[in-house]
Design a protein around this ligand. Sequence first.
Ligand code: NAD
Length: 326
Amino acid sequence: MTKRRVLVCGAGGFIGGHLVKRLKAENCWVRGIDLKRNPFGNQQYADEFIVGDLRNPETCHYMLEGGIDDVYQLAADMGGAGYIFTGEQDAHVMHNSALCNLNTVEAARQCRVKRIFYSSSACMYPEYNQLDPENPKCTEDSAYPAQPDSEYGWEKLFSERLYFSYQRNHNMQVRVARFHNIYGPQGSWKGGREKAPAALCRKVAEAQEGGTIQVWGDGKQTRSFLYVEECVEAVWRLMDSDFPGPVNIGSEEMLSIGELAQMIIEISQKNLEIEYIEGPTGVRGRNSDNKLIAQKLGWQPHAPLREGLEKTYAWIAKQVRLEGGS
Ligand code: NAD
């Protein structure tokens, strides 16, 4: 059987790096592209890796040379709450990510790519359904009337519509997933783009026994978190199915940020206090709703959050030790 030739856009990033590894395990021929090489070495699994900018339409043609069956588009100007919810990066986020999507989908059409996957985000769901931390609503059909609480979410919503318009008008096969807080080893853990689980693991790993860690907000905002390997399994199944989406890929194990911090402290076996301080937090409550994905793809997460957090904490604590030279 001839190998599927796939391209991963954003292969230098967290989920893209894990996806490259997974696609190789599925016996695909894999090309990756990103602004940067994967800092944790995952691009070594790719058959080819291009350092290139998707904001450039010519690069988007170049990345498809030689024929590509499937494109996985994960590149985005992206970060945790400290990056996307302060408002300071809004113009960058919208301009950069929209250009990546506009150029990629058009090049894919011209180069007759068979299928294209797009990684949207739960951040596109309307804020008014996520005000009650105990009872957020994120069913796939609750997206409209649209009211995301960030420009990052608006860009995701625009790009979902972009891909589906290409599906309708150009007969392209599109798959769209809405990721809900993906975490795990080999992702950003410092520098301002890291997300809550990685940031909290770093703070706990850096803290001295008996010390205090700072957490943004009052700790009562709720979220769920999905381990990265579970995420790439769901992406693979979606791409392998006839279901275009949009579909949630997330966990339904919701907890408060305070509880998340506490769980990480327990994993570390340190004795630490939590101090809640002002900071960007995003919506009050959010949880994945997995009814549709269970029905269409028979997928649900296997491992409890604690299991994935133990692996993530161990990896981040090691990075902290390596940086500290101990
Ligand atoms: P990431 O930041 O680790 O990966 C994104 C990659 O895109 C980066 O390596 C970046 O260098 C690359 N990129 C950005 N602009 C580019 C450009 N112009 N040209 C080429 N490459 C470019 O983020 P991630 O966590 O791996 O997220 C992957 C995708 O999933 C993103 O689209 C993100 O919005 C989406 N998503 C992630 C989460 C999550 O919890 N991690 C949640 C919802 C949605």
